[in-house]
Design a protein around this ligand. Structure first.
Ligand SMILES: NC(=O)c1ccc[n+]([C@@H]2O[C@H](COP(=O)([O-])OP(=O)(O)OC[C@H]3O[C@@H](n4cnc5c(N)ncnc54)[C@H](OP(=O)(O)O)[C@@H]3O)[C@@H](O)[C@H]2O)c1
Length: 324
């Protein structure tokens, strides 16, 4: 089978190659999936470069332990192990495989059933590959932790990425006033998507403009919690889903302390993969959410598209199609 693989860390166009690999075997408690589409995620960008260096404790110190990238997929079940009861051959499936490993930048992958969900018939393969990771980061961050309510004033930092573009739609279901923070070049598209206000992070620090929010969803934490506290109303919630490691640590430690001494709450989301997909499916089928898709592109363009992801040129999710 064809797969995008890497032997060493580096920039995608230098180290990522389309290679011929053995079709994976599957265990009696696994499902073999023929992949239709996959999406590029922050994990892929980190894994290919081995950065931040701390990630090498997980990925391999000197070179990557695994040659494979990709952790989101849609496809069809090609074979099932003898102990699998959840799926049958021919079922259309999708999911976030991050809790079970990488390997979706390929024609086939074998996985335990809990890495997968049944893809609704009305959902395209491209949308199905775009939703599991980003939509659940947004849902778990804004609803489970953030407790989003009708009419709240919400800020999304990293407004134009996979999470931000779905987060906006979740907030609009609740009739919230939503401010997005991202770079100027994306403003026209983000305004068309429905953001009420936009802030260019390259020119303005939103924590210094005096405006306060009920809920902040931060995809790019790069400040101390004291700064974010200025932008929260009383009883406001700051939810970080990712960012610079030193600032995430300070959110964890100082944020917890601030949560104790003030009415403002500071939280970091730890994604529970695939939990909440039924709710996302409902919103998708009711046409309340729709992922913003860049692509689909052929797998062979994966190295270029991963570089573009790293450069931040994309809006929404970059999708690679394995079957075209
Ligand atoms: N908590 C968990 O369990 C978990 C699990 C997986 C992933 N994550 C995290 O979730 C996040 C993924 O978000 P995503 O998929 O939406 O990422 P994304 O698609 O890369 O989007 C991020 C957006 O933020 C913008 N941006 C970059 N720097 C910024 C800054 N300093 N201020 C404001 N905006 C900025 C980017 O634009 P430009 O780069 O063009 O400026 C881009 O539009 C990552 O931080 C990842 O590490 C968390």
């Amino acid at each position: 089978m064809k797969a995008l693989t890497l032997e060493k860390y580096g920039l995608p166009k230098k180290v990522l190659r389309l290679t011929e690999q053995k079709k994976p075997s599957y265990q009696k408690n696994e499902v073999l999936v023929k992949i239709h589409s996959t999406a590029i995620n922050d994990y892929d960008w980190s894994l290919v470069r081995g950065k931040p260096l701390m990630y090498r404790l997980m990925f391999g110190l000197v070179k990557p332990k695994s040659k494979s990238l990709g952790m989101e997929l849609s496809g069809t079940v090609e074979a099932v192990g003898s102990e699998v009861t959840e799926f049958e051959i021919g079922d259309e499936v999708y999911g976030d495989t991050s809790a079970h490993g990488f390997g979706t930048f390929a024609e086939y992958i074998s996985l335990p059933p809990k890495a997968l969900a049944t893809k609704p018939k009305t959902m395209t393969y491209e949308d199905a590959a775009a939703l599991p990771h980003a939509a659940l980061l947004a849902l778990q961050g804004m609803k489970e932790i953030g407790g989003i309510k009708n009419g709240m004033k919400v800020l999304i930092n990293g407004a134009g990425g996979g999470v931000g573009t779905i987060g906006l739609q979740l907030a609009k279901i609740h009739h919230c006033e939503v401010t997005g923070v991202d770079r100027q070049e994306k403003f026209e598209a983000l305004s068309n998507l429905g953001y009420d206000h936009l802030i260019n992070y390259q020119l303005e620090n939103f924590t210094k403009n005096g405006i306060q929010y009920d809920l902040i969803l931060d995809c790019k934490t790069d400040k101390l919690p004291f700064s974010y506290a200025r932008s929260l109303k009383a009883n406001g919630v700051y939810v970080s889903i990712g960012g610079k490691i030193n600032y995430l640590l300070s959110t964890l430690i100082l944020g917890k302390a601030l949560s104790v001494i003030s009415s403002k709450r500071f939280e970091i989301l730890s994604l529970k993969s695939n939990q909440g997909l039924k709710e996302i499916e409902g919103m998708y089928e009711n046409k309340q959410i729709k992922p913003v898709i860049d692509g689909p592109y052929p797998l062979s363009l994966g190295p270029d598209k991963l570089q573009e992801f790293g450069n931040g040129y994309h809006i929404g999710k970059i999708i690679l199609s394995i079957i075209t």
